[in-house]
Each structure stands twice: as structure tokens, then as C-alpha cells.
Design a protein around this ligand. Structure first.
Ligand code: LIP
Length: 296
């Protein structure tokens, strides 16, 4: 009934020099996913340091995207190009799928899915709840086809590095993560987010009005990757949002899954723009029922 990101997708053979994807369904060789995680961690950490430095110098909006309030800063663009260049130098031929620039197709079967600054509005306002989010997937860039092999989410102002590799567990700055064990939905803290479109936000607020009485409380913290990592760390009991882009959820979904969360998209599919749900197993069925009741 629930989506299983561990089972999805094919596998990457360590023996093939390019890391070409095979589709035998087995778990990839730990040596490859370990190497990919080390690269993701290194690049995400350097990129986060660059972003934090630019934040301290002052931040300006470079342009707006889907709406007046969907902004991109000069730093978003600079950090994404830094990440793209570092990854291309280390793994030429891998694909790149980032929030701000043009995608690069993969010739190796692997694609890097990158949000250079997730929580851009928080970054713009100086609210310390933003992150660099990097995931590497096989069979990308479609979330319904890909399988994430490694992921890293760095919140530099909090000094927190979340990471996971497929089958290797989820970690926060060296500490193993596990989801919470809430007694019931009504005692659960649930994260969510809203659209950049004002009409859609009004609809989402009405839906939350039908959900908030069913849970302990709601948190809207502004960065999907960190919300998903909060579920992994037991700081949220669940997170639900519609409208996320692949780069918002790619890394956090693997980290949450490796910490024991149940991951859910629309109608049992993989999490994607239609719906992303990450939830502690104890309340998964209750939450799905409450979301249906609220017409989420
Ligand atoms: C943000 C997400 C957040 C969502 C925002 C926005 P961005 O990503 O992380 O969960 O509610 O609307 O999409 O734009 O800061 O990379």
C-alpha cells in the first residue's frame, strides 16, 4: 500500500566504470553508494559554506519565477553553478537536475538532483532554516522511476549535516537517526508547506483547517528538505505537502526512508509534486485517513 523507495528502480553496478545502471533490482554495491555519499557530503558542505558567506554579506533578489513571491537570489544561482562544476569535475557524464539552471542529461545512468538553497524565502529574510540539498539517483530524473542512492542536506547555520545512502541508515552529524514513535495522531506534530500561488495557498489553508484539530499541532518551517530530515530525526512525527519540485524532496525522502519513515505519494506512488508524505509508521494509517477526510 505504501511506496517503498528501497525497492524502486534498478541498480548500479560497481563493476562498470561509468557506473552504468543495470536493472536487476538488487541493492547497489555499498562501495559505490559510499563513494557517492562522500562526494555529496563534500560538495554540499562546501556549497553551504559559500551560501552562508553570501548570506552574511547581504542577499538580493535576482528574479521572480512562478509568482511575485517565488524568488531566486543571486546566491541561489551562484551556489548551483558551484555544485554543478564540482560534480562535473568529479563525475563527468553524470546528469544534473537543479532548481535554477538547465538540466544535463546523464550518460552514466546517474543524475544529481540539487536544490542549491532550499528555503529560499527564509534565506532571503535571514531566517536560519534553509539548506543545500543534494541527492544522486539512478534512472532519473523522474521521481516515479528513480531510486536515490545517496543524499546529503546541510543546514550550515545550525551546523547540521543530514545524510544517508541506500541501505546504510540515516545520520545527523555522525549520530544515527530514527523516526519518532507517537502514541496517536492527535499527539503528533505535523509539518507542511504552501504554494507560491496565492489562490492555491488559500485552498491549502482551508484544508489545514480541517486537519489541525486531528493532530497535536502544525509546523510550517519553509524548507521541505529540512522538514523531511526533521521526520528522520524525530523532530516531526509527519510531513505532508503538495506541489514540491524534485529537488525539494529528492534528498530528504531518502534520509527519511533510511530513518524508518513511511513514504507516500498519490495513490501509493512515489513522493512527487502531486503529494509528498513522510510519516512515523505508528501513525501512518491514521494520517492517511485524516488527509483523506480533510480532502488534502
Ligand atoms: C520551498 C520548499 C517548501 C515549500 C516552498 C518552496 P524553495 O522550496 O522547500 O517546502 O513550501 O513553497 O517550494 O523554493 O525554497 O527551494
Amino acid at each position: 500500500m505504501f511506496h517503498d523507495p528501497i525497492a524502486q528502480g534498478g541498480t548500479v553496478s560497481e563493476n562498470r566504470p561509468s557506473g552504468a545502471v543495470e536493472r536487476d533490482g538488487s541493492v547497489p554495491e555499498p562501495a559505490l553508494s559510499d563513494a557517492l555519499l562522500r562526494l555529496a557530503r563534500s560538495v554540499a558542505t562546501e556549497a553551504a559554506e559559500l551560501a552562508a558567506s553570501r548570506r552574511s554579506e547581504g542577499v538580493e533578489v535576482a528574479a521572480t519565477k512562478s509568482s511575485l513571491v517565488d524568488v531566486v537570489t543571486h546566491t541561489d544561482r551562484e551556489v548551483e553553478e558551484f555544485i554543478r562544476a564540482r560534480l562535473a569535475a568529479e563525475r563527468p557524464g553524470d546528469g544534473f537536475f537543479g532548481e535554477e539552471g538547465a538540466p544535463d542529461d546523464s550518460t552514466t545512468g546517474l543524475t544529481w538532483v540539487v536544490d542549491p538553497i532550499d528555503g529560499t524565502v527564509n534565506f532571503l529574510y535571514g531566517i536560519p532554516q534553509w539548506a543545500v540539498s543534494i541527492a544522486v539517483v539512478e534512472n532519473g530524473p523522474d521521481p516515479q522511476r528513480w531510486r536515490a542512492l545517496a543524499a546529503c542536506v546541510v543546514n550550515p547555520l545550525a551546523g547540521e549535516v543530514y545524510e544517508a545512502r541506500l541501505g546504510g541508515g540515516a545520520w545527523l552529524s555522525g549520530r544515527r537517526l530514527a523516526v519518532s514513535t507517537p502514541a496517536s495522531l492527535e499527539q503528533s506534530l505535523v509539518g507542511t508547506g504552501f504554494s507560491y500561488d496565492s489562490d492555491r495557498r488559500v485552498e491549502q489553508a482551508a484544508i489545514l483547517g480541517r486537519l489541525i484539530g486531528r493532530v497535536r499541532d502544525i509546523r510550517r518551517m519553509g524548507a521541505a528538505s529540512l522538514d523531511l530530515c526533521a521526520v528522520a530525526a524525530g523532530r516531526l512525527d509527519a510531513y505532508v505537502e503538495r506541489g514540491l519540485k524534485p529537488w525539494d524532496h529528492a534528498a530528504g525522502v531518502l534520509i527519511a526512508a533510511e530513518a524508518g519513515a513511511v513514504l507516500q505519494g498519490e495513490d501509493g506512488r512515489a513522493p512527487d509534486e502531486a503529494l509528498t508524505v513522510a510519516v512515523a509508521p505508528q501513525i501512518a494509517d491514521e494520517l492517511i485517513t485524516a488527509l483523506a477526510d480533510a480532502r488534502f
